[in-house]
Write a new protein. Structure first.
Length: 243
């Protein structure tokens, strides 16, 4: 039986692409002025502050509470979040950098706002409305169901790693989908959670394995972001999420 008892699911801090996407939505632009390809996007200054605040939280954990290993997305914004947090926490953890934890790939719709999708790819906008967010796979991209498949594979390997408590730093969709996999949450409820409980940057969802299964205790916790460190709620995909 797996030794795994707890996962700390963390979304990366605010990224430069998050800021660019918010500006594009504000101005009604069709395209988002992302500064780099998706895997190379860096944290914004606010994102660095959020990651450091996360580190202070991790540093306050007792030896019986602290994670024993780190699993992190290959994308730069996630790795930077983990690096800043562990430095501040003065934690050195065995680390697995795993491409299966990467953000959802959007293919031809990458860097587009929803307005851009409707204007430049109206057929995909119509397919998205018909299929829904969970099963719509844009050309060259992934559906949420595709992401779920690779995350199930990663979770099997993580469970076999021997660690009892693992810090997982990735993205908003991956954080929510992992929660869904562990708790058996189906499409309709998962999408409703995505709408009503968006995953804030640098938030912590603590998954605990009980006798009757996995529980989230708590969800999307940002209590460590206080004082001068703002809480941000950017949508993670590089295009609008409205159908």
């Amino acid at each position: 039986m797996s030794a795994l008892r707890e996962l700390l699911l963390v979304r990366h801090g605010e990224s430069e692409a998050n800021v660019a996407a918010a500006e594009a939505e504000r101005t009604g632009a069709a395209r988002i002025a992302v500064p780099a390809r998706d895997p190379d996007v860096e944290l914004s200054p606010t994102g660095v502050e959020q990651a450091e605040a996360l580190g202070r939280r991790l540093g306050d954990l007792t030896a019986d509470e602290a994670p024993q290993a780190l699993w992190v997305s290959t994308y730069r914004r996630a790795r930077s979040t983990a690096e800043h947090a562990l430095r501040v926490a003065q934690l050195t953890l065995p680390t697995t950098v795993d491409e299966r934890l990467r953000d959802r790939e959007l293919g031809v719709l990458d860097t587009l706002t929803w307005r851009g999708v409707e204007e430049l790819h109206p057929e995909e906008a119509a397919r998205r409305r018909f299929l829904g967010k969970y099963y719509h796979r844009p050309p060259g991209g992934e559906s949420w169901a595709d992401v779920s498949q690779r995350l199930r594979s990663a979770l099997r390997d993580l469970a076999d790693s021997g660690a009892e408590r693992v810090l997982v730093v990735s993205h908003d969709a991956t954080t929510l989908i992992i929660r869904g996999i562990l708790m058996g949450i189906q499409e309709a409820e998962l999408l409703e959670l995505s709408r009503t409980q968006p995953v804030p940057n640098a938030s912590v969802t603590r998954m605990v394995r009980r006798e009757d299964g996995w529980r989230a205790e708590p969800v999307n916790d940002v209590s460590h972001l206080r004082g001068d460190v703002p809480t941000t709620h950017h949508g993670g995909e590089h295009h609008g999420t409205r159908p």
